[in-house]
Design a protein around this ligand. Structure first.
Ligand SMILES: Cc1cc2nc3c(=O)[nH]c(=O)nc-3n(C[C@H](O)[C@H](O)[C@H](O)COP(=O)(O)O)c2cc1C
Ligand SMILES: C=C(O[C@@H]1CC(C(=O)O)=C[C@@H](OP(=O)(O)O)[C@H]1O)C(=O)O
Length: 355
């Protein structure tokens, strides 16, 4: 177990480091015959790409994808699909100062303790450059889901203390904060920019809605659909938790308010967030997660070097002042991978399916 792979039937292994030659993914288990072009992948990678606005890292990467295998004459062949993006704008010399230091909030300390060696050029393997592979595979999953009219939409619900209240789906795609509330967008952006001016960073909350999932997806005990989604989301850098439906607020509710009543026309509410007993109800699956403020900040902080000496560190280089807007397409990709995998696992559960 190396921890670099995810999924049971629709399986991915990501590879690469932030400042190495390339990052990417090998996707195994994709059915043959799916029409797949680099453009399908590129449009999702373009949503994740850095260097696109003043509220994201200025590292300027085109993130152009190449499909190396598994596709012939525009269709998947049923063999592993390998997709690669070459890193072009590393500027690794900027990281010489932190070569022997553990940047607070980053994985430098834990990687060094675990492996005794660390790629100090940027975040190395722990950098979000790794999520390119997830987004590329997620784009294939999204294509499969579109055949079943399943749609996954993520958006920024909160930045710092600024809460979005509306949900304007068209607006999400058009604005760099990926906020669904057109009225709160400028306020959210200003909140990020003020922190950036101070050399600081801020956190946020992202919500994801999965529409069109049939009832019956997810396994009953350990591989509950909500548990699989939770693992997928918690496997993302900077994510510190997850809640479904009414979430942590269930603490304030009585059963009489929290149970989702059922009528002949369907459920009357969705406090559960789309699963019961770990199995999809057929309603929207709704979850949200907090994203911590990016660790790389220009405010001097105390740390140690790898020899145990006390040091002060300022994290130079190019960084996101807020991770939340950037994580949206990645979270959608992870959710897509889980839903496709669950659909593939969910075969032949009733004798009537076995024909
Ligand atoms: C899309 C995305 C972009 C990120 N950009 C940055 C960044 O520019 N600077 C930073 O310090 N952390 C950034 N992070 C978070 C770090 O990668 C993460 O905090 C670090 O690897 C330590 O992991 P942990 O926070 O999960 O413990 C980003 C995360 C994601 C998902
Ligand atoms: C380049 C990207 O964002 C990076 C995410 C990141 C981190 O620690 O996650 C740190 C910075 O990169 P580096 O590894 O060069 O220090 C960001 O610029 C990207 O997401 O494509």
């Amino acid at each position: 177990m190396s921890g670099n792979s995810f999924g049971k039937i629709f399986r991915i292994t990501t590879f690469g480091e932030s400042h190495g030659p390339a990052v990417g993914v090998v996707l195994d288990g994709c059915p043959a015959g799916l029409e797949l072009h680099e453009d399908d992948i590129q449009k999702e990678l373009d949503r994740r790409r850095p260097g696109q606005s003043e509220i994201t890292t200025p590292r300027d990467e085109a993130d152009k994808v190449e499909i190396l295998s598994g596709v012939f004459e525009g269709k998947t062949t049923g063999t592993p699909v390998c997709m690669v993006v070459y890193n072009k704008n590393q500027q690794s010399k900027d990281y010489g100062d932190v070569k022997n230091l553990f940047r607070p909030g980053h994985a430098d300390y834990t990687y060094f303790m675990k492996y005794g060696i660390r790629d100090y050029r940027g975040g190395g393997r722990s950098s979000s450059r790794e999520t390119i592979g997830r987004v590329a595979a997620g784009a294939v999953a999204k294509k499969l889901l579109s055949l079943k009219d399943i749609k996954i939409t993520g958006y920024v619900k909160q930045i710092g203390t600024v809460k979005g209240e509306k949900f304007d789906e068209d607006f999400i795609e058009r604005n760099p904060v990926r906020c669904a509330d057109s009225e709160k967008y400028q306020e959210m952006k200003n909140y990020i920019l003020k922190a950036k001016d101070r050399g600081d960073s801020v956190g946020g909350i992202v919500e994801v809605i999965i529409r069109g999932v049939e009832p019956g997806l997810g396994e009953p005990v350990f591989d509950r659909l909500n548990a699989d989604l939770a693992k997928a989301i918690l496997s993302l850098p900077a994510v510190k938790g997850i809640e479904f439906g009414r979430g942590f607020d269930v603490v304030y509710a009585c059963g009489s308010e929290n149970n989702d009543e059922i009528s002949p026309h369907g459920f009357l509410s969705n406090n559960a967030g789309g699963t019961l007993g770990g199995i999809s109800t057929g309603q929207d699956i709704v979850f949200r997660f907090p994203v911590k403020p990016a660790s790389s900040i220009l405010i001097p902080k105390q740390t140690i070097d790898k020899f145990g000496n006390s040091r002060e560190v300022v994290t130079k280089g190019r960084h996101d002042p807020c991770v939340a807007p950037r994580v949206v397409p990645v979270a959608e990709a992870m959710a897509s991978l889980v839903i496709v995998d669950s659909l593939m696992i969910n075969k032949n559960k009733k004798i009537s399916d076995f024909s």
